[in-house]
Design a protein. Sequence first.
Length: 542
Amino acid sequence: MKKIFNKTTQLIFSQQGGMFSSALILALMIVVSKIFGFIRYRTLAGYFSSGELDIFFASFRIPDLVFEIIITGAFTSAFIPIFIKYQKNKKELAENISSIFNLIAFFLFIFIVIIYFLMPFLLPMITPGFSAEKNNQIVFFSQMLLIGQLPFLVLGNFLSGLAQAKKVFFITSLAPIIYNLLIILSTVVFVGQFGLYAPVIGVVIGAFFFLIIQLPIYLQFDYFYLPLIKISSGVKEFIRVIVPRVLTVIFAQIDATIDLTLSSLLGAGSYTIFYLAQRLQLLPVSVIGIAFGQASLPFLSELFEEKKLAELKKIIADSILNLFFFTFPIMGMFVFARTPIVRLFYGGQKFDWEATVNTAMALSYFSISLPFHSLYYFITRCFYALLDSKTPFIVSIISIIINTVLSVIFTIYLKLPVWALAISFSVSVVLNVLILCVILSIRLHRLDEKFIFIETFKISLSTFVSSVVSYYLMHLFDGLIFDTSRTINVFFLLSTIGVIYFAMYFFLAWLTNVKEIYLIGRILLRIKGFQKSLTEIYSSYE
């Protein structure tokens, strides 16, 4: 038993040797987490109508705003580069990291107290299309989440930051799985007794265990907490870097809040349609883009710190093409197979056909920006590795303004349905990423733009041809082979078309000599290595 414990601990806390393997571990764990996440959404769609889900999803808007400001704004932009810079001196590291954490904890407490009492006044302002009764319920749920969820998530993400700075990703990826599982269980078990309160209770319980499961991180690593706030050089550098990033997140959250406001004016269930379509688009973005972005920051920061600019430029160019290679075909399938995909994920008893069609339309427009949205998380971390959060901030402000203006024009003046918000989102994301790529290329004295463009064209061509053929095959199989009036047959239809589609895409990529096709072999070797580690644990037991 001792051998099993030691080897399991070694596996869980093992440091990843390369950026690709780190991204792969993160991606695999995010896949599992997202599966539970969509089981959660499917469960909610089965028990509650889209109008009721408006209340549940809208309740997260303000707590999410605070969370994004603190976690996305602070930890993802500056915490890891600062940790890497000062990790050689344990005392200096402890003073800097403890001071940063204590500052964040202080502002978190202030935020929670102020917003808790302002909630009854703030929420009706951002959801003018909801009734007074609906708004009152949203206020109560939001206050519950603010107190019962937010502190645990912030503390848990602080521990995640410690682990990722040490290139340990496995245990931090388990936490969201437990979080989603507990929400599902709470909904199923308590829905009959508590109604819509059941998933909210599950969120609070899940957040608590999100923290608990990561506590071994603090005990495992050679870091000690100090109850002080010392304005050292590291803290000053942290503040300098996070200010533009925090402002970026604030404006992005204001933009998301405007989407909620406009959705509330478009009728009951509109925000649920927008929210669920966006979550589907975020599935591959999380698995590929966010995983790659999180894994890349420690490696990019080290290369910049060591002045290895040639290697840094090569990694950036290769990473852009790697992300495009995996996300372009997913974009294509989300466009041509949008309706069966939505039926498979959200086709609950109370999620009617009109909601399905509108969600599918929104998904297809969101998906147009899927490759660029995935690339966004990597490109911004390239700037963070250079300790530059100002440039992404300025570019984000421009894209947010474009998104807001287009959203208002589409919904208020042109009277388009809620899927129009997805169009404005995609336009703004694509422009944001293209501008950042141009600036980064100039900053690093040119990337290999010609090679990137040629490879991207070949990837796009392979995606387009595969999508057109698969679209007609899907309609041929629907009804002729599969009776898609039943959900299980929708799954079989999508599985069959998916196999044909991706086989054709990989064949065309090989035919056009897309260099990234050889990533498949590398992935299989990484998975084989991971399986070998698990086998060693069990063989020790025997």
